[in-house]
Ligand binder design. Structure first.
Ligand code: F6P
Length: 321
């Protein structure tokens, strides 16, 4: 199949670096003499025909911006047969030959189902702060989110040390503990609670009290949102140890901001790879960084639950505490 026009959309939670990926797709496609049609608000834009041609100039000045100029959404209607049929009608009406979908595992699942059912070549570009996409080393935006959380934790450490308090800091990540583990390790935190590993609050409080007796004056505990709520944990620690404990929920702060160099570089390479993958006749794939190389993996495989190597990270956090 000859690809003359690509539909490009961002879907699910935004991630810093999505704009850099949009820029790379549009400019590399233009270099290859292929048109790009931007689809607004993810799958919703295909259903509701919110499209606009994108050229070299329309992606100027966005490489440094968080969020996505195409807007993004979570679209329940696209899960229905009626929604998908309407999206397909839009694709035909606008002579779109293939789709590039920038998003996370949920967006990949939708792209896989839709592409197979309607025979539309779909290529995914992994972008999510969660880094929970299977078969892929890292996602666009994850490095930025880690650094954003880290900067908040460095600030919290100042007040934790000065006022000799315990802090429980809740970070995002949905059902994955990846973000929490990286933040805990790089932030020199004392404990991390993640969904992939059972924890015993009694043991943690025992360590805190023992540490306190040895003169350890402050603790920062990272709680992945999928494992525990900072507020609950802080309340229980306070009850169990009588030590002053404060909860902090970082929330959506982690999703915004200027993408780091690592997030931008990844986005630019994957944007180019996605266009090349379509030109090579591939479909139903995600482009990915895997063991340092840019490769393609099946969308279906990428949508499955990613197994996290937690033990080595967790052990190191505890040894270094
Ligand atoms: O998947 C990205 C993410 O930021 C998760 O870390 C978080 O659980 C979720 O999105 C929040 O989604 P929403 O912004 O729709 O509440």
């Amino acid at each position: 199949m000859v690809i003359k026009r690509i539909g490009l959309l961002t879907s699910g939670g935004d991630a810093p670096g999505m704009n850099a990926a949009i820029r790379a797709v549009v400019r590399y496609a233009s270099y290859k003499k292929i048109e790009v049609t931007g689809v607004f608000r993810g799958w919703w834009g295909l259903i509701n025909e919110e499209l606009k041609p994108l050229d070299h100039r329309s992606v100027s000045g966005i490489i440094n911006l968080g969020g996505t100029i195409l807007k993004t959404a979570r679209c329940a209607e696209f899960k229905t047969e009626v929604g998908q049929k309407r999206a397909f009608d839009t694709i035909k009406k606008h002579a779109i030959d293939a789709l590039i979908v920038i998003g996370g595992d949920g967006s990949f699942r939708a792209a896989h189902e839709f592409g197979v059912q309607y025979k539309i070549p779909c290529i995914g570009i992994p972008a999510s702060i969660d880094n929970d996409i299977n078969g892929i080393d890292t996602t666009i935006g994850c490095d930025t989110a880690i650094n954003t959380a880290l900067s908040a934790i460095d600030n919290i450490r100042d007040t934790a040390t000065s006022m000799e308090r315990i802090f429980v800091v809740e970070v995002m990540g949905r059902s994955s503990g990846y973000l929490a583990l990286q933040v805990a390790l790089a932030g020199g935190c004392e404990e991390v609670l993640i969904p992939e590993r059972k924890f015993d609050l009694g043991d943690i409080c025992h360590d805190i009290v023992n540490g306190n007796l040895r003169g350890k004056i402050s603790w920062i505990i990272i709680a992945a949102e999928g494992a525990a709520s900072a507020e609950d944990i802080a309340k229980k620690i306070n009850e169990m140890t009588s030590l002053e404990t404060r909860p902090v929920v970082l929330g959506h702060v982690q999703r915004g901001g200027r993408p780091t160099a690592a997030s931008r570089r990844l986005a630019l390479s994957l944007g180019q790879a996605a266009v090349d993958s379509l030109l090579n006749g591939e479909a139903d794939k995600a482009v990915a960084l895997n063991c340092g190389n840019i490769v393609t993996v099946d969308l279906e495989l990428a949508s499955q639950k990613k197994k996290l190597d937690i033990d080595s990270f967790y052990r190191l956090i505890k040894i270094l505490t």
